[in-house]
Write a protein that binds this ligand. Sequence first.
Ligand code: FCB
Length: 444
Amino acid sequence: MAQAKMIFPADFLWGTATAAHQVEGNNVNSDWWAWEQGNGRILQNHRSALACNWWEDAEADLDRAAAMGTNAHRLSLEWSRIEPEPSRFDMDALDRYRQILQAMHARGIEPMVTLHHFSNPVWLVEKGDFNSDIVVDYFQRYTAKAVELLGDLVPKWVTINEPYVYVFMRYLNQLFPVGQKHGWLAAREAVRNLLRCHAAAYHAIKAQQPEAQVGIAKNMAVLAARPDGSALDRRWARWLSWLYNESWFEMMADGRLRQPFGRGVIPNLAGTFDFVGVNYYTRFYVRFPPRNGLLEQEWEPGAIVSDGNYGEVYPEGLFWAIKTVLKYDKPIYITENGVPDVADGIRPSYILTHLREIWRAISFCFPVMGYYHWSLVDNFEWDRGWTQRFGLIALDPETQARQLRASGSLYTEICTQNQINSDMAARYAPQLLETMFPGAPPTL
Ligand code: FCB
């Protein structure tokens, strides 16, 4: 059948992404587990509980990922399993991670491994974690141990997931487990220590595994004034967007702090990334002065909004995010992208339109090397519990029953054919045919 095709490079990485606490289950030594036990902290008092049972059987979902034709997966290590007490490393836990990583290789799935994805050992929190300088040495040692025992299986490392989301949710919103301190001054201190941890981990990895690719997974969101916003709204949006989307990269690139995080140089920080990882989901409007919180929760008429008012579908923002990080002249990975959509009504078109933006970037020779869809399977969504479902595979956490969603079948076709095309659009999201493939030959 004649089709219009957007073909990806032969070595493009087609992946999915997860994080330890969200999928492993019974993660009892982490601050998230402790936090979930209190009432009123997680929507509907949900708990991670068995999560997706990966600690027992990640292999079953890895079989599914392989059957989908993916060749990459991003996962994280749970520090509190590897070091359940300060300085005691649990060899059984490290062995289990080895098994999981070997299982990925055996299925042709290349691992990208994150060292810190929102959760901490309880003992670290008791010591003040990111508000205590001690965290840097601990993080370096944990990293060195992980690299020593697992590095031969891990070509790509991510030091820290979404540092600003983490700091915002923990210190300013307090929707994530709070530590000993909160508020703006503590947040500022945490950002500086996260940068130091990142630098220490980068060098600890490189010392043992010089060929490893090491980077960061940075959430990027379009922050914009409404079209009819004031000049002040637009200036505020520009500054906020620089702060949120760009300041971390700038600091990591030249090693110098930017205000409002402080002044001066962080030793050994400059140039500590080999690739840029972009987590992109949505666009938010902002206004000055803010009304109900920093981010507006109202959308333009006609906007497609995902479950739980999570955000609007705005694929052009992915192209913008890629363009924004081009100046660092590094390979770019889309380390997360997806949508909460239990009914799977918008995920197929979300996937197609976001991949179209990546294809457009690649056709301009922008170095986008891979895409990790969030997520392979429905998992425990932090403060939103099980109320938001991001999986290509639907999961019933009670029975652990799984079912491939239509978007999962679409992703299978995409990964196995290394392309998106008008025939896929016709079958999974016909409303896109006219806008995505105008002039394409009619499908039968
Ligand atoms: C990102 C997180 C990830 C997941 C998605 C939906 O901010 O990194 O763990 O919760 O959002």
